[in-house]
Every structure is written in structure tokens, then in C-alpha cells.
Design a binder for this molecule. Structure first.
Ligand code: AMP
Ligand code: MN
Ligand code: MN
Ligand code: MN
Length: 280
């Protein structure tokens, strides 16, 4: 590997729940010394063209990506599609269906919040006005703006998180289906933030076996904010299941100090990088 490479393969723009426009994201990454950047918005490829143009202007390599919400045995699992073809009709159709699922969920959540005597209608109006497809991050921000909570993490803790009145399970596509969309679009499927799913060791083994069987190729060995313990655990998962390693900050906003873009993310030497042979 070329040591001058600085890579971040997991970031968000304001086409999902990131704070920056695709152009501003690319510029920030460039300033931070990144030379290979993937834009991986939640269930959206709307920012890729603008990001690619901005990347060309500064001589950076932009990896077209997406972070797809899927489900495995009722557990939501995020799968990154890297090096996807954003013009793939199959992928575009699948993402349009994801957007509908998200809109339906948002209506249901806001209805539940109204029942809990919160301003559900005003919240729904607020999130309907954003540029891309609204996520729970947007709703949490709207709850801050409406004075329902003081901070977005409070919105998740009190209302939107698992077990709370505004938590609505989404009928996400199955893991294998989500991976198939990525593969059909010529992309590579990578498991995002492997330590964030709360699976037991046994369930994790079964899950990773299914992930590989469905065509999953990589795993984020380094993910924003992760500890050394996470790194060791993810390295073992990659080795045991024969997965390539990826690195990504999961950058959302300059305000979130724990996963800055451009943080040094170096894979352990025993792991084969997902980008080997794929960079220009
Ligand atoms: P969604 O895809 O609409 O379910 O929204 C999930 C997004 O909400 C994640 O990608 C995170 O960016 C954000 N999120 C999830 N849990 C929390 C939390 N506890 N505090 C703040 N943001 C969160
Ligand atoms: Mn997010
Ligand atoms: Mn995620
Ligand atoms: Mn993400």
C-alpha cells in the first residue's frame, strides 16, 4: 500500500443525515488530507454526482457509495455499497422503495409522538422540508428546534430509541436482498460499524456466515469512534470469515468531535484492504 494514501470510506452529506453539502464534505476531506473518499449516504445516492465533480476539481478520488438499511432476524444492519454504479436502474429502483419506507415510518413516528402529546404535526412538517429523505437525525433536530428536547441525543434516549414511544420498527429489506442490490450495481458490500449491533458472539458468527453467503466481501475494521478493543474484535471477525478490511469515519458533522473526517485510520497489516486493486 502506498503510505501517502489517506482513506475514508464512510461519510454522510446533507443528502442523508450529514450536516455538509456533498461539495463542502469533499472540500473538508481534502483539507484534512484525504485523497480517497467514499460518500455513503443512508439509502441515497443523490449526492454522488456533486461530490464526484467537487473531487475532480481538487484531484481527489471519490468512491461512489451508499449505506443501505437492511434487516437480519429483526436486527437492523447497515451495509455499505462501495464502488457502486449510481446509474444502475436496479439500485435506483430499490432506493426509491427505501425512501418510501422511510417516509411511511416518519408519518407513523410523528403520529405516535402526537398521541404522546408532542407536536407531531409540526415535527412532520419540519422534516418534510429538508433536501433529501428525512432520517431520525432530522426528526431529533426538529425536536430540538421545537423545544421538545435540548439535544438530539436526548431525543433518541427519551423518544426515538428502542423501547420508546416513538420507536417504529421498519420493514427493511433482508440482508441478502440489500447485498444483492449492491452487487447488481457492480459494487462491493461491506458491513458497517460491526460492533454496533448488540449481537451475542454466537449470533454474530451466524450473522457473518449469512453475510458472506449473501455475497458480502468486506467489514469495517476501523470505524469512527471505535476503541482498541473494537479494532481487535473486528480484526478477528475479518480473519475468521475471510473478509477484506475497510476504514471509515462515519463522519456526519463537524460538531461531532468523536468521528472527525481525516482522522488517521490505518488497517492492521494482517488485513487485506478492500481498496487493493480498486484505486485508479
Ligand atoms: P435512521 O436511519 O433514520 O434510523 O436514522 C439513524 C441515524 O440516527 C443514524 O445513522 C445515526 O446518525 C443517528 N442516531 C442513531 N442513534 C442515535 C443516538 N442515540 N444519538 C444520536 N444520533 C443517533
Ligand atoms: Mn446517520
Ligand atoms: Mn450506520
Ligand atoms: Mn453511516
Amino acid at each position: 500500500m502506498n503510505d501517502s494514501l489517506k482513506i475514508d470510506l464512510h461519510t454522510h452529506s446533507n443528502q442523508s443525515d450529514g450536516a455538509l453539502s456533498p461539495q463542502a464534505l469533499v472540500e473538508r476531506a481534502h483539507q484534512a488530507g484525504i485523497n480517497v473518499l467514499a460518500l455513503t449516504d443512508h439509502d441515497s445516492i443523490a449526492g454522488i454526482e456533486a461530490a464526484a465533480e467537487a473531487a475532480r476539481a481538487v484531484g481527489m478520488s471519490l468512491v461512489p457509495g451508499v449505506e443501505i438499511s437492511t434487516a437480519w432476524r429483526a436486527q437492523a444492519i447497515h451495509v455499505l455499497g462501495l464502488w457502486i454504479d449510481p446509474t444502475s436502474p436496479a439500485l435506483q429502483g430499490a432506493l426509491a422503495a427505501q425512501a418510501e419506507r422511510r417516509k411511511e415510518r416518519m408519518r407513523t413516528i410523528c403520529g405516535r409522538l402526537s398521541k404522546a402529546r408532542l407536536p407531531g404535526e409540526a415535527l412532520l412538517r419540519a422534516v418534510s422540508g429538508i433536501p433529501g429523505v428525512a432520517t431520525r437525525t432530522h426528526l431529533a433536530q426538529a425536536m430540538v428546534d421545537e423545544g421538545v428536547v435540548e439535544r438530539t441525543d436526548e431525543a433518541f434516549r427519551k423518544y426515538l430509541g428502542k423501547g420508546k414511544c416513538g420507536h417504529v420498527a421498519v420493514d427493511w429489506p433482508g440482508l441478502a436482498e440489500g447485498i444483492a442490490w449492491i452487487t447488481a450495481a457492480g459494487g462491493v458490500a461491506v458491513l458497517a460499524h460491526p460492533c454496533r449491533y448488540g449481537l451475542s458472539a454466537g449470533a454474530r458468527r451466524r450473522f457473518l456466515t449469512d453475510f458472506v453467503t449473501a455475497g458480502g466481501k468486506g467489514i469495517e475494521v476501523l470505524s469512527g469512534g471505535n476503541s482498541l478493543q473494537h479494532l481487535e474484535s473486528c480484526t478477528r471477525m475479518a480473519e475468521t470469515h475471510g473478509l477484506l478490511g475497510s476504514v471509515g469515519s462515519d463522519f456526519h458533522s463537524p460538531q461531532f468531535a468523536w468521528n472527525p473526517i481525516g482522522r488517521s485510520l490505518k488497517l492492521p497489516d494482517c488485513i487485506t484492504p478492500i481498496w487493493r486493486g480498486r484505486l485508479p
